[in-house]
Design a protein around this ligand. Structure first.
Ligand SMILES: [Zn+2]
Length: 201
């Protein structure tokens, strides 16, 4: 029972943050144990109950990082139809940590200011896109890429999975020579690649 632990009680913790070891605490709500070490499972406030020797994390009731209308998000394109794609949103605004993973949908009518035949010309599964939330209904976030700083920030060849290079109006694969189209941001390929669990389609 150390002063250090007492002082940590109430501090803001993020998923994966070390809270202590099983020799000193019983892990409780909002925590998980790996190799004898207790970590926070969620974003919240750590509570070190020194009397009962329990550690738990209480979720924040105010100001969780979730997408909302008007906010810019970054996500990976998942399932694609001819007129819409599903997007796994993993970044909201400038904040990297989110309260979970959110699903978004980009419809062809919100993809660009010019006429588009198929979502294949906008983005494809595996691509990383920046989009803006236009509305939210039942935790499904409707997105738009109709702006010069919105659209695909990283595109991957649908034949071989290689990162595509932009040449004028086309996307070129240096590995297999495949040529595709995308609705890219004005600074395509010049941003830091976000950390994602899966990049290949
Ligand atoms: Zn290729």
């Amino acid at each position: 029972m150390t002063l250090k632990n007492d002082q940590r009680s109430g501090t803001l913790v993020v998923p994966g943050e070390r809270l202590g070891v099983i020799e000193e605490f019983i892990p409780d709500a909002g925590t998980y144990v790996k190799d004898g070490v207790i970590y926070s499972k969620i974003i919240g406030r750590a509570l070190m109950d020194m009397l009962n020797r329990r550690v738990s994390v209480y979720p924040l009731t105010k100001g969780p990082v979730v997408p909302k209308a008007g906010v810019t998000v970054v996500g990976q394109v998942g399932n694609a139809q001819s007129d819409n794609v599903l997007v796994r949103i993993f970044e909201v605004g400038a904040k990297k940590k989110m309260s979970g993973v959110f699903g978004g949908i980009l419809h062809i009518s919100d993809a660009s200011d010019r006429y588009i035949d198929s979502m294949n010309e906008v983005c494809r599964p595996g691509d990383i896109i920046r989009a803006k939330v236009i509305s939210e209904k039942n935790q499904i976030f409707h997105l738009t890429t109709d702006d010069k700083n919105l659209g695909v920030i990283y595109a991957f060849c649908s034949v071989c999975g290689n990162l595509l290079e932009q040449t004028r109006n086309e996307m070129h694969c240096a590995k297999c020579g495949n040529i595709e189209r995308r609705k890219t941001t004005f600074n395509y390929g010049k941003e830091e690649i976000p950390v994602v669990e899966t990049v290949q389609p």
